[in-house]
Structures are given as structure tokens and as C-alpha cells.
Design a protein around this ligand. Structure first.
Ligand code: ADP
Length: 376
């Protein structure tokens, strides 16, 4: 080979090898930078957090996104980031300290929104850690508690106001024995309503407190039905309403007897209150595939379809005057719903205006326990 060609070949090979070596070194350096941006250990640590965690880069993209953050919808594993989080990260860099903000996140095709709390902490001049917590449920619970407190004070004002007016009237008409007796009777009625209201407010606060409040025991459902009907018999008699039981079995339920009795009493009382004289109220019970269904059937005034899903809300009444007149508090069905929930059961309604209503309470029959289901 010509020495010049030989030299050129050697030089070319050497140049090629050094270009490849430089490229390799660059690639390695890039990988090292990437892994030093968010080291493996840090990724592992952030991956086990329950809160969302996003590491934000200067270029407004995410260097790391843990699963909860992706689920909340603030960032994607490919680095795409919600602009509001990138803005917050810039603010954190600017002030060189942690900053916090509530952000509304829209998720999914339905555009469901959630309120998230974000705390952005600058880690160094290139990275910010954003910790994200979804507060939507807590906010709904808080709002519901606030509404409940407002409703309770409003509901308490009515009987208390009535009592004070009646007391004033008695004072003014003290000489008229007939009037005094009549007002005293009305005061007793209001006091009874107030007592019931206070008892039910305490009960519902306990039931919806979150933790289980059940005193578990074996409950004979036939006994509970008999007792509920017995408790309503005086009122039914005074309205000429016939109470009947259609109970051919005596299934057992593992639960809280007092709570189950209270729920059934509420259903039977309602059936009597919202029926005209001469009608019939029947409580039936059957078991099928391990489910005990207790149905309270009336031939009463019925409930409009638009109100049927609202009647289980606290203080909801279709006719407030009729409800108050019968000593109703608007809490009865809400208590029934919570008792069912506490027993992992359900309550639902079928109703037609002018025909009647059927409320069905479904509970798990004891001894026919379903498979334990659930996920960690
Ligand atoms: P209340 O103390 O007013 O009866 P509930 O929570 O027990 O409160 O019931 C809520 C509302 O549902 C009642 O005010 C009434 O309008 C309606 N309702 C409940 N049960 C019946 C029924 N059996 N027939 C017709 N309406 C009913």
C-alpha cells in the first residue's frame, strides 16, 4: 500500500474512534446527570408516598412523577406538567422557600374537578419538589358538616320559638283556664318534638361519624319487626290504620339490635304518618341468597319521583308542614340510610303518588356470609 494512503487510513480510523469515544462519554454524562437529578433512592422513596410527588425542572417539565401524582392528574410520567404547578415551582425558586396553593384539577373526559393542595419546596437551583394532596373529599365532608350545623340551628329555632310564644300566651291569659290547658297541651307537643329532634341529631352525628358504632349481636329479625309494629300500634289505632306483619321466617342478622329497631320504627312510623285513615301498613320479611329483605308497605300519599332520591337527605321533607305536624324531624330516613350503611346493607324506595310507598331494607343474613372481598 502507498505510505500516504496508509497514513490517511490510520488517521481516519483514529479520528473515527475518538468521535465514537466522545459521543459515548457525552451519553454517559447525560445519563449520569439524569440520574443525579433524581437519584434512584429518591425515586424509590417518593414512589412509596401516599401523597402525590412531582420533581419539577427549570424547563417546566417533570423530572419525576410518582403514581399518586399521575392519578390526581397534575403530571404525566412522560414529564408533561400542569402549568399551575410549574408556576408554583417558579415562585418557590424566586422566593427560595416553600410556597403553597390550592389548585383545581380537571380530570378525565368528563372533566371531573378536584381541589388539590400543592406545596412546592425548592431542592436546589434546578429542581423543586411539589407535594400534592387531593382535598376534595375532606372539603365535601367539611361542607356537609357546616350545612348540617346551619340546618340544626334552624330546625331547633322552630320548636324553641313556638315554646316561648306559647309560654307568653299562657302568661297573658293566665285567668282563662280553658286556654291555659290548651296551650299547655301544645307546649307538651312542642317539647316532645324538641326532645325527638335532639335525640335524632345526636344519633345521626354518631352514625355518620365515620367509625363503626355497632354493638354486634345476633339479632332475630322477626322480633325486631314485632317490636317495631308494637311501638307504632297506638298511633296507628288512633288513625284507624291496620298494621300487619307478613313474616314467615325468622332470619338472623349480625348487627346492632337497637339501631335496627330504630330504623324499622322510623319506616313504620312514616308509613302510618303519611297514610290516610282506614289504610293498611304491612311489614314483610323474606330471605333469598343470604339477603334478608324487610319491606314496609303502605297505601299512603306516595312520593313524587323527583323527590324520591332526596328523601334520604338530612332534613329533606316533601311537605314540611305535614311532617312537622306529625312530629317529624326530617331526619328519620337519613338515620335509616346510615343504619343500613353501618350494617353494610341498603335501603331503597318504590313509590307512586296516590298509590303508596314501599321501603325495603336489605341486610346480610347471618351464617350465610359472602366471600371476603376487598383490595389493599
Ligand atoms: P320526617 O320526619 O319528615 O318524616 P323522614 O326523613 O322520615 O322525615 O322522611 C323525609 C320525607 O320523606 C318526609 O318528610 C316525607 O315527605 C317523605 N316520606 C317518608 N316516608 C314516607 C312515606 N311512607 N310516604 C310518603 N312520604 C314519605
Amino acid at each position: 500500500m502507498n505510505p500516504d494512503v496508509w497514513l490517511a487510513a490510520v488517521l481516519g480510523a483514529a479520528l473515527g474512534a475518538s468521535i465514537v469515544a466522545i459521543a459515548l462519554r457525552r451519553k454517559q454524562r447525560k445519563e449520569i446527570i439524569a440520574s443525579t437529578l433524581v437519584p434512584h433512592r429518591t425515586r424509590q422513596l417518593l414512589s412509596v408516598l401516599q401523597s402525590g410527588a412531582v420533581i419539577v425542572r427549570r424547563d417546566r417539565r417533570a423530572a419525576f412523577v410518582n403514581n399518586p401524582a399521575a392519578a390526581i392528574g397534575v403530571a404525566r410520567p412522560d414529564g408533561a406538567l400542569l402549568p399551575a404547578i410549574a408556576d408554583l415551582a417558579e415562585l418557590a425558586w424566586k422566593h427560595s422557600e416553600a410556597v403553597e396553593e390550592e389548585i383545581t384539577v380537571k380530570r378525565g373526559v368528563l372533566g371531573v374537578t378536584s381541589q388539590v393542595h400543592v406545596r412546592a419546596v425548592p431542592l436546589d437551583s434546578d429542581l423543586v419538589l411539589a407535594v400534592v394532596n387531593d382535598h376534595t373529599e375532606a372539603r365535601i365532608a367539611e361542607q356537609s358538616r357546616r350545612e348540617f350545623a346551619v340546618n340544626v340551628s334552624h330546625e331547633l329555632k322552630t320548636p324553641v320559638g313556638a315554646l316561648s310564644l306559647l309560654a307568653e300566651s299562657i302568661e297573658e291569659g293566665a285567668d282563662d283556664e280553658h286556654m291555659v290547658r290548651s296551650f299547655a297541651g301544645k307546649m307538651r307537643k312542642e317539647a316532645r318534638r324538641l326532645t325527638k329532634l335532639i335525640q335524632e341529631i345526636i344519633e345521626i352525628s354518631r352514625l355518620q361519624g365515620g367509625e363503626s358504632v355497632l354493638d354486634y349481636e345476633d339479632v332475630h329479625i322477626a322480633d325486631v319487626i314485632a317490636e317495631a309494629l308494637d311501638g307504632a300500634s297506638l298511633t296507628a289505632e288512633s288513625k284507624n290504620i291496620t298494621l300487619t306483619a307478613d313474616v314467615k321466617t325468622d332470619p338472623m342478622v349480625m348487627g346492632d339490635r337497637d339501631l335496627l329497631l330504630m330504623a324499622l320504627r322510623n319506616l313504620v312510623d312514616n308509613a302510618v304518618h303519611y297514610s290516610d285513615p282506614g289504610k293498611r301498613v304491612t311489614v314483610s320479611c323474606k330471605t333469598e341468597d343470604g339477603t334478608v329483605s324487610i319491606a314496609v308497605v303502605d297505601q299512603g300519599i306516595g312520593i313524587d319521583p323527583k323527590d324520591q332520591e332526596r328523601i334520604f337527605e338530612r332534613f329533606f321533607r316533601t311537605d314540611p308542614a305535614r311532617s312537622r305536624d306529625s312530629g317529624g324531624t326530617g331526619l328519620g330516613l337519613s338515620i335509616v340510610k346510615h343504619v343500613a350503611l353501618q350494617h353494610a346493607g341498603t335501603v331503597d324506595v318504590w313509590s307512586q303518588r296516590g298509590v303508596g310507598s314501599t321501603f325495603t331494607l336489605r341486610l346480610q343474613e347471618h351464617g350465610v356470609d359472602p366471600e371476603i372481598q376487598g383490595e389493599k
